[in-house]
Design a binder for this molecule. Structure first.
Ligand SMILES: NC(=O)c1ccc[n+]([C@@H]2O[C@H](COP(=O)([O-])OP(=O)(O)OC[C@H]3O[C@@H](n4cnc5c(N)ncnc54)[C@H](O)[C@@H]3O)[C@@H](O)[C@H]2O)c1
Length: 373
């Protein structure tokens, strides 16, 4: 199989796991990297043995078919648009764009040019997401009536060396972490028809405590950091969704679904593996472990693996779709719907969605296994 060349734009924090994992996938190979900070591209290029070039030079290369956009959220739309304009397929980190209009423009550009545009999260294609989807589709808890999803912590400034962007418009807990949850829910339950939301900002300022050159810096918070919402799905299910960076401790599960025949605890959608639990009516929780399924075996952190971190899966899945002439699962349509939902939650009030997507087709285990080299 001839490999499709990948060019990575954005050589910051998350790029390391992409550089590390992409060689493990079949049919893709990183050929070059670029960053608006040439020293960042040079460092990753040297570490992973690929050419470090300028963004313009990367987009002109004939040996690159897919651009992976790992820039910060505010740059996603423009970098994606430039890469599509250079006739490259694109896989972008989440969110697809900050503004819905920009996201729509990117989707239209990809369609006009006959290119595939994919977007993180791809975690729902990991073993935990596939297992939850299979159990739902098999009727393990009957028809889902309602549910609750929570992603809450005390922020990002304690671990990310440059956490400024998390607290600016385009990020905050809903646009930053919400994509994992909302994408997982749309994959399980279908599109969202309407949201009702309120938000607040717990702290006007954050102090960077992560080690690094920005330690001690103060960050002005310019986006809400606690957002509570109700999601009304087109299929009639109702969910509570809470996202916050103002919470020190809590006891909520990431996602619980309540069905006519039982309940389900979905594995943390930020990861690719994990355990899905179900009940028959009010019986005991029964654990279904995805740890021996393709793309579920713990591989991270590399020195003592306890979690499944297969970032890059969406790039491999997009490359497979390019080869087959099919649409990719982690598609731009799905990401655009998720973006509309997230922007509505941030805007607050009661808002009907204008986009509607089909649930992506389920990825079966053999197709998932075939993506690995
Ligand atoms: N850090 C994580 O754990 C994590 C996890 C999942 C997803 N993500 C997502 O990945 C993306 C990147 O996150 P990160 O933590 O690596 O951020 P980062 O700030 O560490 O790195 C971003 C890099 O992009 C570069 N950049 C910004 N604008 C650019 C442009 N216009 N052209 C070229 N380069 C540009 C910056 O110089 C920087 O090196 C974000 O969208 C984030 O939401 C991050």
């Amino acid at each position: 199989m001839e490999e499709i060349g990948v060019g990575i734009i954005g050589c910051g924090n998350i790029s390391t796991i992409y550089f590390t994992n992409i060689p493990d996938y079949r049919g893709i190979a990183v050929r070059a990297c670029a960053d608006m900070r040439p020293e960042a591209a040079a460092a990753q290029g040297e570490k992973f043995g690929v050419d470090a070039v300028s963004v313009d030079a990367l987009l002109k290369r004939d040996d690159i078919g897919i651009v992976v956009n790992l820039t910060i959220p505010n740059a996603h739309a423009s970098v994606t648009f430039d890469a599509l304009s250079a006739d490259k397929h694109v896989f972008s980190e989440k969110p697809l764009a900050v503004d819905f209009d920009e996201g729509q423009r990117a989707v239209a550009e990809a369609e006009t040019r006959g290119l595939l545009l994919g977007c993180a999260p791809d975690t729902f294609l990991g073993a935990g997401g596939r297992l939850a989807r299979r159990l739902i589709d098999e009727g393990a808890i009957g028809s889902v009536l309602s549910g609750a999803a929570f992603v809450m912590s005390h922020g990002m400034e304690h671990w990310h060396p440059d956490p400024e962007f998390f607290f600016k418009p385009g990020a905050g807990p809903v646009l930053d972490i919400g994509p994992y949850y909302i994408t997982a829910l749309v994959n399980l339950l279908g599109p969202i028809a309407r949201i009702h939301a309120v938000s607040s900002t717990g702290f006007a300022e954050r102090v960077v405590t992560a080690e690094g050159p920005r330690k001690g810096d103060k960050i002005k918070v310019e986006t809400p950091t606690t957002l509570l919402s109700l999601l009304e799905f087109a299929g009639g299910q109702h969910m509570t969704f809470g996202a916050s960076w103002d919470v020190w401790k809590h006891g909520h599960m990431p996602i619980e679904l309540y069905g006519t025949e039982g309940s389900m605890r979905v594995a943390d959608p930020n990861f690719f593996g994990g355990v899905v639990e179900t009940t028959k009516q009010d019986g005991d929780w029964v654990a279904h472990d995805s740890g021996d399924m393709p793309l579920g075996v713990p591989n991270w952190p590399s020195d003592a693996p306890r979690l499944a971190n297969y970032r890059g899966l969406g790039v491999a899945e997009l490359a497979a779709a390019v080869r087959k002439g099919e649409k990719n699962h982690a598609s731009a349509d799905l990401a655009l719907h998720v973006l509309e939902v997230m922007n509505a939650i941030v805007a607050g009030g009661s808002i009907a969605m204008t986009t509607a997507v089909e649930r992506p087709p389920a990825l079966d285990d053999s197709d998932a296994a075939a993506l690995m080299g």
